[in-house]
Design a protein around this ligand. Structure first.
Ligand code: G4P
Ligand code: NA
Ligand code: NA
Length: 194
């Protein structure tokens, strides 16, 4: 997605060797006009699927997920990372290990919002190691629901998440695909390489 790539080049900051800071439009301050275009793009890519729910994990996945749900006219569920006050047997839960932060989080979704007849589209801000997406896939499986695909705003193709999804035969559509950071600069995957 050209305007997203341009925005990354303009406002993204490379931190260390594998982190892109995008807190100007996605991870802290949010650009709703860009998020709306992102939602419309995910709709264009996945409109062949009978999506009934958009799923994400709090907090940074929520903004792109909301606009995707708006484009599909379906509800958006964000998995919660903190212990809920509700009884545990009312929740689907999974464990997500963050390689970046070196901590495990439990994520959960209430059983009342996800049913066996749901067709889910998972949306997230980043695909790095793929653990967040795997946790959501686990929950979709527990509910007996169907996973139609995964929509990612920014994919880092050099980390292992994409490979993991490909191995499982999951359809992943990423709006920006970064193949490397070189001398603090972002290098996107060419169309021919994609
Ligand atoms: P994963 O999300 O693919 O499983 O990878 P990883 O465990 O490495 O990511 C841990 C957290 O770091 C996730 O956010 C993920 O979105 C974020 N992240 C990974 N790579 C980058 C990056 O290059 N730039 C930025 N800005 N974030 C990155 P989270 O812990 O779920 O937190 P939240 O921000 O959604 O609340
Ligand atoms: Na995220
Ligand atoms: Na994040």
């Amino acid at each position: 997605m050209k305007i997203l790539e341009e925005r990354i080049l303009k406002d993204g900051q490379v931190l260390g060797k594998d982190v892109l800071k995008v807190d100007n439009f996605l991870n802290h301050q949010v650009d709703p006009m860009l998020m709306q275009q992102i939602g419309q793009e995910f709709h264009r890519l996945f409109k062949d699927q009978p999506i009934t729910k958009v799923l994400t994990v709090e907090s940074s996945g929520i903004a792109p997920a909301i606009f995707t749900g708006l484009a599909f006219n379906v509800p958006v569920i964000f998995a919660r990372k903190h212990k809920s006050l509700t009884l545990k047997d009312e929740l689907y839960t999974s464990t997500v290990y963050s390689y970046t932060k070196k901590v495990s989080n439990h994520i959960s979704i209430s059983k009342k919002f996800l049913k066996a007849d749901d067709v889910c589209l998972v949306i997230d801000d980043f695909l790095a190691n793929g653990q967040a997406v795997e946790g959501l896939m686990d929950i979709v499986g527990q509910a007996g629901a169907k996973l139609a695909g995964v929509g990612i705003v920014i994919e880092k193709t050099f980390q292992k998440g994409r490979h993991l999804m490909d191995e499982k035969g999951i359809r992943v559509e990423s709006l920006a695909r970064i193949k490397a950071f070189e001398d603090g600069k972002v290098i996107f995957l060419d169309d021919q390489e994609a």
